[in-house]
Design a protein around this ligand. Sequence first.
Ligand SMILES: [Ca+2]
Length: 454
Amino acid sequence: MKRILSLLFLASVVVCPAFGQQKLSDKELASVIWAMGQMYPDGFTVSLDSLRQPAKGLAVSYKETQNMFDKKNIPAVIKHARAHENMVGGWYDPEEGKYYFDSSRIFPEDSLAAALAFARANHQHTVYDFDKGINIRSNYEQKDIRIILDCDMGSSTDDMFALMMLHRYMDMGRCNLIGVVVDRMGRANADIVDVLNNFYGHPDVPIGLETDGQKDTHVWITYHNLPYARNTDGVPMFKRSVGDNGTYMEGYKLYRKLLASQPDRSVTIASIGFVTTLARLLQSGPDEYSPLNGVELVRKKVKDIYAMGGVFGKAVEPDYNFLQAIDFSLKFFELLPKEVDVVFSPGEVGDPLDYRPELVISDMSWTDLHPIKWTYQFLNCDTGQKMWDPQAVINAVEGDDFYKLSERGFVTLTPAGETLFTPDPKGNCRYQFPGDRTWCDTVLKYIRLMAIQH
Ligand SMILES: [Ca+2]
């Protein structure tokens, strides 16, 4: 079945009169279901008992009913639903001009990975979240996405949410996080990543740390004590893989090690901090991991970079991330091979996505011990913190059709930190345009859905 592929989208909320009290025959039910198909062309799912949409949960259709359309197939759908979960859904495919109907299974809202696995096993493209009114793509064709996250963990909290998303995407079988590079200097910042990797169940993801990058960068929210938090008995609250006496690999060396071991043009980098470590990688020479210099290694192995940063359109003003470490940024723009695609995520794309501190804490109420919740409980995170960094990560995993992107062009960086875009069909660079209100609302709900998974 060709479920609507394009985007997560808002579907109509079905509020149905209370047929429930009165037991309908299967024939009467079929007429009601057919009528609902006409009333809710964007999609509906109802229980056959109440003819109401569940308030919560994730709906996935069974493959046995995936090619059932039109009035004549509704009895078979009802029969399947009666033998399974008593849930029937429907939607209208305008391309084919057909009303499809199916029998569905409902999962708890915090079991997204299980729902997606079921969706893939049943050849379904989407999972529908009743509470949030959004569809989540199951991507059952399983793209082979290998990601290195390059972050400036330890200042803004959106880096934590971006890493959370990647861990949840891994649980969902959507990508493989092959490493995390911390481009903000300071041991504690790598320890925070270690805590998050452990918390989210992937303690072996390797971590590299920049030790010769930009000095004295501004810190917005000082959560560097998070890795060392202890409970009242003096026991560390959060697990880490690298102990106090352990060390992290130098950031650009981890890049070299990871890239050398990957297939050609297979690696995606999500860059959500400074480009200090990337600049050092590009300036690196042959070593024990690869006979190639940094530029050639990146040209050979990196497919694309999704970078949080850039100011485009009419505005000519410095970009925050690039200006903070301007000498490294200029080197990065100078040396990055033009074969590597870059998608920039300007700040204005994440600006409307305000994940309020009280919502964060409430979404994480399923556990007392949560590193992101800890940060929100003990520090002031009400600093205008927006969900900027997740935009690079979501684009990298969901794909380019999830965002409205600019035409192709080349981007240069001025010494004042301004990103200048020159349109060119052969250019390697594009940038995201801000989404409309519905789109921003949907993406924030998606991030929130990830936050409640466990
Ligand atoms: Ca960041």
